[in-house]
Design a binder for this molecule. Structure first.
Ligand code: FAD
Length: 465
């Protein structure tokens, strides 16, 4: 049995590890187009900031660790075409030649590519790029380009286009490196994956650390700045009321989301759906014979929404493991995502799981969201912090649909969103959160945990006696 994975990161390596774990005799080949197998691209901001001292430290496992599991890695090798009927994969090798690899089972993990928005100066023959200090950010190659700009051009300032979680992490990272950062976001508030009430708390944290945040500001063009200004690049934008906004900086980072990279699968005849992602069933089968797919290139089965596209590293690991096991004859299903995520911005963390009001309404629920604040641990013990918690539940059934939290980075925001994720996974009501047997000692918690206090507030306000 020869199993071939296209993609040597979260999805591809998870699949390969699972296949080797289930059958140490399985012949497993991982094909990846760069030289960085199993790197944690989620850690890129912390390498840029200097908190992670060397890029090699971002590897979940080294090449030697991976090879020790018995898998074969083909680095700098790009998959070009799949011959579905012949069960063959055409690749361009590291030396530039072409080679055909036979397979019995194929797992596609070609990921996503950064969206290049329609901003003048970003595309076309005269487009500005890394050599000019204009960057997109997704891969280790992109990271090295950013580091070259930082080291060689030594910019004093940066403009970040986009205030999603990666843009915010990079605002933190570049500020830690000593750059003055301006963050431009076209939506009305930063971190649009949470409600604006929590986004406003993140906004305040950015401002407190010297980041200039311009929300409701749409970037129209990036150009070379006239000489004599504070930076070599100029960004021209429009505020919500149409007023022109111009800023100059030494580098510009554009991070406005990703789109699935699916040309290879699409050319092979795979069905493409949400946002052009590869349609897979819960067993991660594409519908093409013996071809599975996983990670940022596939649609996401969401436990409450059904089919969507929600690319995350956690999801890619799980899907890859399912695909790898099923390629070897298993019948495991990907249980579905809840979009659980957490981000640290300076001293603040923000997290969400499940649905917000608009998602829930779209899925046929009748959502009510109640906001509460609670201490992360007993306030009499030093170092306590208030956490803001927004609980979303269904008015009719009381089912917990979603939770969003924001608070100090040491306030166990991640643990608490994970409690909510577990509760939602099991279809429990908001009221039942109070029944959970959660841990307590005054320096670390309260007899009623903050999530239980928030759940009780929701019940009190939606279930008046
Ligand atoms: C800066 C940053 C921070 C992030 N932070 C988080 C976080 O905190 N939490 C979280 O859950 N997610 C985070 N993510 C998202 C997460 O990294 C992705 O969801 C995850 O890496 C997707 O895994 P993947 O295997 O599908 O793709 P990738 O990890 O992107 O790997 C794709 C692989 O495919 C290879 N490849 C692609 N096309 C071909 C081809 N034709 N031939 C051969 N090889 C090919 C590439 O070389 C690579 O090895 C972050 C992403 C970024 C960029």
């Amino acid at each position: 049995m020869h199993v071939v994975m296209i993609g040597g990161s979260d999805a591809g390596i998870s699949a390969a590890l699972r296949a080797r774990e289930l059958d140490p005799a399985a012949d497993v080949t991982v094909v990846l187009e760069d030289a960085y197998p199993n790197f944690s691209i989620c850690g890129i901001p912390y390498y840029v900031s200097g908190e992670v001292s060397h890029w090699r430290n971002l590897a979940h496992r080294t090449l030697a660790d991976l090879e020790a599991t018995g898998m074969r890695l083909r680095t700098d090798t790009t998959a070009r075409r799949i011959d579905v009927a012949g069960r063959k994969l055409l690749v361009t090798t590291a030396e530039g030649g072409e080679e055909v690899l036979g397979y019995d089972k194929l797992i596609i993990g070609t990921s996503a590519v950064p969206v290049r928005p329609a901003i003048t100066g970003l595309s076309g023959p005269d487009a500005l790029g890394p050599a000019d200090g204009v960057h997109l950010l997704h891969s280790m190659g992109d990271t090295f380009a950013v580091m070259r700009t930082l080291d060689q051009a030594a910019p004093a300032s940066a403009i970040i286009v986009g205030a999603g979680y990666i843009g915010l992490e990079m605002a933190d990272a570049l500020t830690v490196r000593g750059l003055h950062v301006t963050q431009l976001e076209q939506l009305g508030e930063v971190l649009p994956t949470v409600d604006p009430q929590l986004g406003a708390l993140v906004h305040a944290e950015l401002a407190a650390h010297g980041v200039e945040v311009l929300a409701g500001t749409t970037v129209q063009a990036i150009t070379t700045a006239p000489p004599g200004g504070p930076g070599r690049l100029e960004v021209i934008a429009a505020a919500a009321d149409g007023t022109a906004v111009t800023r100059q900086a030494g580098m510009v980072l554009v991070v406005v989301g990703v789109r699935p990279e699916t040309a290879l699968a699409g050319d092979a005849g795979a069905t493409l759906r949400s946002k052009g992602a590869i349609a897979v069933d819960p067993m991660m089968r594409t519908g093409l014979p013996d071809i599975y797919a996983a990670g940022d290139c596939v649609i996401t089965h969401h436990r409450l929404l059904g089919e969507t596209y929600l690319p995350l590293g956690t999801t890619a690991h799980k899907q890859g493991r399912v695909a790898g096991g099923n390629a070897l004859g298993g019948n495991r299903k990907f249980a579905g995502s809840l979009g659980t995520q957490v981000v640290k911005i300076f001293d603040q963390a923000a997290a969400r799981t499940g649905l917000r009001d608009h998602d829930a309404t779209g899925a046929g629920y009748d959502p009510v969201t109640i906001e509460t604040t609670a201490d992360d641990h007993k306030a009499y013990y030093p170092g306590s912090h208030r956490i803001t918690i927004r609980v979303t539940g269904d008015r009719a059934t009381g089912q917990l649909l979603g939770m969003q939290l924001s608070g100090h980075k040491n306030a166990e925001i991640a643990k608490r969103v994970d409690i909510a994720a577990t509760t939602i996974y099991h279809g429990m009501t908001v009221d039942a959160v109070s029944d959970l047997d959660l841990s307590y000692t005054p320096p670390l918690g309260s007899p009623w945990d903050a999530v239980q206090i928030a759940a009780q507030a929701w019940v009190r306000q939606t279930r008046p006696r």
